[in-house]
Design a protein around this ligand. Structure first.
Ligand code: ANZ
Ligand code: ZN
Length: 803
């Protein structure tokens, strides 16, 4: 027997799979399809990180298993290759981003191939390929045609370091999601996508998909749907109505003052009436320097200024109340004005305490001397006129009816979700296929002229002015209007990186189609994606964006289902061995190439799956890698105890059936680590038993194949199995053989019946004695005595003579 030599074996099988096109899929309606998807990587200059293969291996395991279960499996891979790091690298090293991208992709691809994933490489997509981004632009034009893409002058988030506008979703904790730098507001003319039009469906349709609860919750919170009312408060002595949005109209009798955002137009409108206008303006200046995040999310002492000379009238009580400005009310939400109810809203409570505003209890049940009482499920209305005595829900209904009947308010739904800022002022992205004509306005580039190619340019540095580098290329900018033929300008902003990834899973179904983004036939057969694994960090970015695009395409009748992904799972991070995030600066980076080179791809894969709970973060451990290599060595060495028999060994049948059941289930439920532990147990049992049949060996190989495909292909061949292991059928267990047969055995001590014990049917005398030792019978009648003789009549009686 030769020693296990992974490097040679792995090359051999990888070449074989390639030449044989083993994992190539075609539409085949005679077979049930299974579409497994992992988030395609951004091919950075750093190469593959050991974090990437974790989800890739997991769904490779599922894909390989499903193929053996006769599914037609689509498991594709590609490149999400537009983006800033490539562009920044290109600028620094003076190489064209297209070349940088090409080099990075070829490195990534070689790395992925060396790990032996069963991707259908014939379906590889690359978002920067004009043949691909032609369709990204095509979808954009469809959005434009349908009024869902529009250009608007508005304050956007601007990253001071990346020099680029960001979508709300890209601002995390007040800083740039990518680089962590400060985000300021900049007023710019931006292309926007109306994702808000889909807000309700993006929430409601979550009911029909199998996503983790935490993913659903994050999307729901991000969209932030609030049911409430818009209510008009009269400004005393004017015709002005100050409209507020509130989710608690029931508390209106407790509203003792109002607060408006510093941007609220009423300030400028009533400059002449406002006695302390200078003070108000100064406060506005200060506040405008802060981000919405600082204003709304950071817990700080309350600040504000009372607007002297303007007072409002509470429509329920008819009383005059003051109007304040404060930074905690945002212009970007609701109406930019609130009715403050300090008794029942925490922020209003703090504000009222700071500025000595009256606090009135209108829902009993708490102690408003101490804090705001915010529970709306318990409590009775008090000090509330027509609402007195009602519970909160009933009070909400009643006040709504009352205010609506008087024309003072109406029910309203608000969302936190904002339209998607879709313009980027960088070079390395899809050009937005729009022409600006003085006479015709924004005109779509005709479909037959797509793709609008990125021009070759010398200098793709971003500018401080916030203009795209494309704006300096006059051959690109100057064009004619597709409508009227007059001189016109091309749009020079590019799309965000999230564009290409919003529909890539559709392209995989038909990646070479040059007439449609994918044929109806392919889409009908392969979509929706059956199982999509990806990072939690994409929950309110890519996952939300792609659901939006998909729903839009569905509305146009271009995809067969309203949701793109039936099931979503998420993996934890792999940390450095010091439990910190892997990074160059921390010096704890593990290069997958080194592990594959030293231990083999199968060991690497096994370790990635064995490392711990798939959904949790775990530290890397070189010892763990070694342990997995040892396991595979022992699998290899089982050849030493192989017999010619081709039946399951009777004594091993129970553990074999148990293992088939457990591994089959665990592979489908993210429990890769316990599946492998079970295979290790099986191997130990084989070794302990001393010899194994070909059938025993084969079943271990079949179950291990999805995790360690190369070694198992090789051993399958070595032991002379027919065909290839990847063509073999997935083993099925026998329900009746999951448990050893247990029988009840009567026990006598010194000839006297003392009771019975349960033993496995095939247990021998030594084993029975062991079982007996832990029984009550033994404790009562044998403990402390010497066993002189054992009389065992199999199946009948077990008798001990003691002294
Ligand atoms: C009166 C009230 C009484 C409120 C009470 C809450 C509790 P969500 O759930 O996030 O939609 N609000 C409205 N517009 C605002 C703005 N532009 N900036 C800051 N706060 C604003 O929250 C809605 C509540 O947030 C609204 O209901 C309003 O305060 C406040 F016991 O009105 B409420
Ligand atoms: Zn025109």
């Amino acid at each position: 027997m030769q020693k296990y030599n992974p490097n040679a074996i792995e090359k051999k099988w990888q070449n074989f799979w390639d030449q044989d096109s083993t994992f190539k899929t075609e539409v085949d309606s005679s077979k049930e399809k299974f579409y497994a998807l992992v988030e395609f990587p951004y091919p950075s200059g750093e190469g593959l990180h050991v974090g990437h293969p974790r989800p890739y291996t997991a769904l490779d395991v599922v894909s390989r298993k499903r193929r053996m279960q006769n599914y037609n499996v689509l498991y594709p891979m590609g490149w999400d290759a537009f983006g800033l790091p490539t562009e920044n690298y290109a600028i620094k090293h003076k190489i064209h981003p297209a070349i940088v991208t090409k080099n990075n992709i070829s490195r990534f691809k070689a790395q992925l191939k060396s790990i032996g994933f069963s991707f259908d490489w014939d379906r590889e997509v690359n978002t920067t390929d004009p043949e691909y981004y032609k369709w990204t632009q095509w979808i954009f034009l469809k959005l434009f045609e349908n009024g869902l893409a529009y250009k608007k002058e508005m304050p956007i988030n601007w990253c001071t370091s990346c020099k680029v506008g960001l979508a709300n979703e890209e601002v995390v904790g007040g800083v740039c999601e990518r680089c962590g730098s400060e985000v300021i507001h900049k007023v710019k003319n931006q292309w926007m996508l109306k994702i808000t039009e889909y807000a309700d469906r993006l929430i409601d349709d979550l009911e029909g998909v199998n996503f983790p609860d935490r993913v659903k919750a994050q999307q729901i919170n991000w969209i932030g749907r609030s049911y409430g009312m818009d209510i008009d408060f009269k400004v005393a002595g004017t015709d002005e109505n100050l409209r507020v949005f509130t989710t608690r109209p029931d508390t209106i009798y407790g509203s003792t003052y109002m607060v408006i955002a510093v941007e609220h137009p009423i300030i400028d409108k009533y400059v002449a009436k406002i006695e302390n206008i200078d003070e108000v303006k100064a406060y506005r200046e200060e506040t405008l320097k802060k981000s919405d995040f600082e204003r709304a999310e950071l817990v700080t002492d309350k600040t504000g200024v009372e607007i002297k000379g303007l007072r409002a009238i509470n429509p329920a009580t008819g009383e005059e109340i003051p109007i304040w400005v404060s930074d905690y009310v945002l212009m970007s939400y609701g109406t930019g004005a609130i009715m403050a109810v300090p008794g029942h809203d925490t922020r209003d409570y703090e504000f009222a305490k700071t500025f000595n505003q009256p606090i009135i209890e209108v829902v009993s049940g708490g102690n408003i001397e101490e804090e705001a009482y915010t529970d709306c499920n318990h409590g009775t209305m008090v000090n509330s006129g027509i609402l007195d005595g009602l519970d909160v829900k009933a009070a909400q209904e009643k006040i709504a009816e009352y205010l609506e009947s008087k024309g003072l308010g109406e029910k309203k739904v608000n969302y936190k979700l904002r339209d998607w800022v879709f313009s980027r002022q960088r070079y390395w992205g899809e050009p937005i296929p729009i022409v600006h004509c003085e006479d015709c306005g924004f005109v779509a580039v005709p479909y037959e002229e797509l793709p609008v190619l990125l021009p070759e340019i010398e200098n793709y540095e971003p500018s401080d002015t916030g203009e795209s580098p494309l704006s300096t290329i006059s051959e690109f900018v100057n064009t004619t209007c597709p409508k009227c033929g007059k001189h016109a300008h091309r749009e020079t902003d590019t799309m965000p990186q999230w564009a290409g990834s919003s529909w890539y899973f559709l392209r995989y179904t038909d990646p070479k189609n040059d007439e449609e983004f994918a044929s109806a036939e392919s889409l009908k057969y392969y979509t929706p994606v059956d199982w999509y694994n990806g990072g939690m960090e994409h929950t309110t970015l890519h996952l939300l964006y792609s659901r939006f695009w998909h729903k839009f395409l569905y509305d146009l009748g271009l995809v067969p289902t309203s949701e793109p992904y039936m099931k979503r799972t998420s993996h934890g991070m792999i940390l450095g061995d010091n439990n910190e995030k892997m990074s160059k600066s921390r010096g704890n980076v593990i290069n997958p190439d080194d592990i594959v080179e030293e231990y083999g791809a199968d060991t690497f894969r096994t370790y990635e799956m064995f490392i711990g709970d798939f959904e949790k973060s775990v530290p890397w451990s070189e010892n763990g890698v070694k342990g997995c290599r040892k396991f595979l060595d022992r699998v290899w060495n089982l050849q030493e105890i192989l017999t010619d028999s081709d039946e399951y060994t009777a004594e091993l049948e129970t553990i074999i059936n148990q293992t088939i059941k457990k591994v089959s289930e665990d592979y489908e439920t993210l429990k890769y680590n316990t599946a492998i532990a079970q295979l290790m147990t099986l191997l130990n049992e084989y070794r302990a038993f001393g010899e194994i049949s070909k059938a025993d060996y084969s079943v271990l190989l079949l179950l291990l194949y999805p995790v360690a495909p190369h070694i198992t292909e090789e051993l399958w061949e070595i032991i002379g199995r027919e065909g290839y292991i990847h063509e073999a059928a997935w083993p099925v267990y026998d329900e009746d053989k999951l448990q050893d047969d247990m029988i009840e055995l009567p026990v006598q001590i010194m000839g006297k019946m003392r009771g019975t014990i349960m033993i496995p049917a095939e247990a021998d005398q030594d084993m029975i004695l062991e079982i007996l030792k832990s029984s009550d019978i033994y404790a009562k009648h044998v403990e402390g005595k010497n066993i002189v003789k054992v009389i065992f009549v199999p199946g009948r009686i077990f008798n001990l003579i003691v002294k």
